[in-house]
Design a protein around this ligand. Structure first.
Ligand code: IFM
Length: 447
């Protein structure tokens, strides 16, 4: 066995962080999340996103921090409700501000990946039924064209939609996001419309910018049965895995959506509309199917009590799952991959350094096996508004902490670690010994 002291990544590797408009920009008052915040009942302590990280006014200060941390890439999102505040009405000043931001990134040597839709819809879209209304396909395509025409000279890596599976499950099945539905037919329509909107957006981008690289960010979880010997848990696990994450990618690969127990939906227009797949990878869950007479019918997701988890219902931290998922994606879909998100809520930074090291180790292993992963966007650069968790202190994701009263920033040790990794283009034994010595043996033993 050769002893190596550094896990090197490819020279062209994109080392970055990710953010999204509603979570960082502040003062967004024209989208469905703003409406839910006013209504109350969905968010931790009924908090509101409010000023968030004030990026609309001070993004460049954080761009300076990214550059000082040696990052060469950033994934940010454009807020549809700013660009098209009312149907067919375009706000050129908002586009100008996004131009300014993209120029600001490029001037600092940071390549942008631009997400067109990260959870929020303009109010006028949500009032018209959001993803359940098939007109959203046309609206989203038109919005895409507007953005790409205005910003295409500054960006050529586009992410159409962030985490479609999460939007559908949380909004239409689990009732967690406004309007809090539990409606299988609604979920089905939303899924179909979302895939068609993605495809329309994909084609529009290529129409305007033939060399663009277009993908979407897909939240993928490692699911495993709670009781590996119980056929009920096994079947439920396979079903959840299929519905939450396989259905979408398979539909795009085949142009047919196969829903168990329903007819198949032909969608030839969505076939082959990915140049890359973005993996948002965070955790593992175990599935248990509850059945009468012992319990009411339910699909529960659980975590093993002896394993490291995140706060609340966050799930088990399972770095190897990143390797397994990347290898599977490459084997099945044969297109380039990005880690479009990966991170851990950890206000005191007790686990984040080890989390970064162990996940980058798995990523390196995947690249070593020939999986073409082009970049890694850590979630997140800074603490921000975490959707239904609001500003719950247990859900701080930043390499940089934010005091939301004063907008002061403080870099966490994991920020210094990630900065050194980006500077060095890889993970050195010295860094691992400094930030998570307990991992040195695992990370370098088989290398
Ligand atoms: O904050 C979110 C992000 O908006 C989408 N992916 C998961 C992150 C952490 O929960």
């Amino acid at each position: 066995m050769t002893l190596i002291n550094k896990l090197n990544f490819p020279d062209s590797f994109q080392w970055g962080t990710a953010t999204s408009s509603h979570q960082v920009e502040g003062n967004l008052t024209n989208n469905d999340w703003y409406a839910a915040e006013q209504q109350g009942g969905y968010i931790y302590e009924n908090q509101r996103s409010g000023q968030a990280c004030d990026w609309w006014n001070r993004a460049e200060e954080d761009f300076d921090r990214m550059a000082a941390m040696h990052q060469n890439a950033h994934r940010l999102s454009i807020e549809w409700s700013r660009i098209e505040p009312r149907q067919g009405v375009w706000d050129e000043s908002a586009l100008a501000r996004y131009r300014e931001m993209l120029v600001g990134l490029r001037q600092r040597g940071i390549t942008p990946m631009v997400t067109l839709h990260h959870f929020t819809n303009p109010l006028w879209v949500s009032e018209a039924g959001s993803w359940e209304n098939e007109q959203i396909i046309t609206w989203f395509e038109r919005y895409t064209r507007k953005v790409v025409a205005a910003l295409g000279d500054l960006a050529d890596i586009w992410c159409t939609i962030n985490e479609p599976g999460v939007v559908v499950s949380h909004t239409y099945l689990l009732g967690r996001w406004a309007p809090g539905k539990r409606d299988i037919n609604g979920a089905l329509h939303a899924t179909i419309n979302m895939m068609r909107a993605h495809a329309a957006s994909y084609r529009a981008i290529h129409d305007l910018q033939p060399t663009a690289q277009v993908g979407l960010a897909h939240h993928m979880i490692i699911w495993k049965p709670w009781r590996p010997y119980a056929i009920t848990d096994l079947l439920a696990t396979n079903m959840v895995r299929y519905m939450f994450q396989e259905l979408l990618l398979k539909t795009i690969a085949w142009g047919v959506m196969r829903v168990p127990g329903r007819r198949s939906y032909l969608m030839p227009e969505v076939r082959n509309t990915l140049d890359w797949i973005g993996l948002n990878y965070y955790q593992r869950y175990r599935i248990r199917l509850g059945l009468p007479p012992f319990s009411k019918p339910s699909v529960e997701h659980r975590t093993h009590p002896d394993l490291q988890t995140g706060p609340g219902e966050w799930g088990e931290i399972h770095p190897r799952g990143m390797f397994d998922t990347l290898r599977m994606l490459w084997k099945v879909y044969r297109i380039p991959l990005y880690i479009t998100e990966n991170g851990i809520p950890d206000e005191n930074d007790e686990n984040r350094p080890g989390f970064i090291i162990s996940h980058l180790h798995q990523l390196w292993e995947a690249i070593r096996e020939g999986v073409p992963v082009k970049g890694y966007y850590f979630w997140s650069l800074i603490d921000n508004f975490e959707w239904t968790e609001g500003y719950d202190p247990r859900f701080r994701f930043g390499l940089i902490g934010v005091n939301f009263e004063t907008q002061e920033r403080h870099i966490r040790p994991s920020g210094n670690l990630y900065s050194a990794i980006c500077r060095d283009g890889g993970l050195s034994r010295d860094l691992v010994s400094q930030y998570a010595p307990h991992l040195a043996q695992t990370v370098f033993s088989g290398a």
